[in-house]
Design a protein around this ligand. Structure first.
Ligand SMILES: [Zn+2]
Length: 99
């Protein structure tokens, strides 16, 4: 039989290669394990990137939720009229210019 590693011809009943010394059964097992590992190996780079992109989307979603909650707080819960909010905003602007 032909050696799967070095390609030399060996007698049919031989269990190992007389040229490179590998044991055919062990070599076959190794190759099979390798194939299985390749199947279980992590997904290709583009899929990993998409999961990273999904993470970014989650962060953006969380930020927008925080912004919406902040506005809900300002408009409905924080006991200020629109004029008072304007006044505070102007104070904030003035403070920024002061700095
Ligand atoms: Zn060989």
């Amino acid at each position: 039989m032909q050696c799967p590693k070095c390609g030399e011809e060996n007698p049919l009943d031989s269990t190992e290669c007389s040229f490179c010394g590998i044991v055919f059964e062990k070599y076959k097992e190794k190759q099979q394990n390798k194939d299985e590992l390749e199947i279980e190996s992590p997904p290709p780079a583009n899929q990993r990137q998409s999961s990273r992109a999904r993470k970014k989307e989650n962060i953006a979603l969380a930020l927008s939720v925080i912004v919406v909650l902040f506005f809900v707080y300002i408009v409905f819960i924080y006991p200020l009229t629109l004029d008072e909010i304007k006044e505070k905003f102007l104070w904030l602007l003035a403070f920024r210019f002061y700095l």
